[in-house]
Design a protein around this ligand. Sequence first.
Ligand code: TYM
Length: 337
Amino acid sequence: MEQSNEVIQKKNLFSGIQPSGNITLGNYLGALRNFVLLHEQYNCLFCVVDLHALTLRQDPAALRRNSASLAALYIACGLDPEKNIIYCQSHVPEHAELGWILNCFTYMGELSRMTQFKDKSQKHADNINAGLFTYPVLMASDILLYQTHVVPVGADQKQHLEICRDIAGRFNSIYGDVFVIPEPYIPKTSARIMSLSDPTRKMSKSDAEDSYVAVLDAPDAIRRKFKRAVTDSEAEIRYDPENKPGVSNLLSILAAVKGTTPEEEASALSGLGYGALKEATAQAVVEALAPIQARYQEIIKDKDYLNAILKTNAEKAHAIAFRTLRKVYKKIGLYQI
Ligand code: TYM
């Protein structure tokens, strides 16, 4: 076979998670785990999107703690900070700067259609701030600054990815090919993990603690939460998200963790009671999270190491972001000196 000396250029991957609470099993199965699966094929940036978290009122001490914790969790999951750029959004000013420019290329009508904005304004009726409204524009800046090809996210971010593509396309059609148009990467089985206490709603880190399993929950807490998970009054283990959302959610979690399908898990457990399903799911989750939790405990103790990583990586991110922003400034006619 002929040997090729051609160096294959890796494409770019960007994703982020808000440090707005405990990172949940939904975040893990919908996003984080895919970061780990994909990271070797791409040049990756994994961001702690702390500026996005400000769209809901945060306790300052908790925000600081959660930001460091999320950075440590990225590493604990297996993302090598020497090979992946792991950093905080607020450490790279270009995110907010490009955010402003892109605000001027985004229509109020488009932003008004965002379901996350509608949901969050209903949930936080006393704090419908402008940041909540323009949230998708900052998210588009995150992605477009790094000429991103692929964005691994859960299903709830699909609409934000669509508006990002629209903004990039609009900008490119006026100024030429400035931005790469990104593609979402949404997993099949675990795109939308549901709440354990109300399986018709998405599992969310901003809801009550019993409704979600946190990646850093102790094994006892994980078992207790699954034991209490809401199911239904039938006694049949069957995958049917519409009519049996609780049972189907447990089957999806079990399948996602084991790398099977919910239907396979349903047939393996057929004839057994819901107790068996809950136990099997809890056990699989406890086993999957144990090595991550152990590694996390080592990293979070060593703040000097963590801070040094965040600093070096923010510099690397800044170098890339600065190039894109300069190009944007030039194209739109901002006076350069
Ligand atoms: P956030 O912090 O709400 O969630 C982080 C990631 O977890 C996914 N996710 C879920 N997946 C499956 N089931 C669930 N129950 C579940 N809950 C959350 C989310 O889809 C997401 O992928 N806007 C983003 C953060 C962000 C971002 C970005 C993402 C800011 N800039 C640029 C990608 C690229 C968010 O709120 O994620």
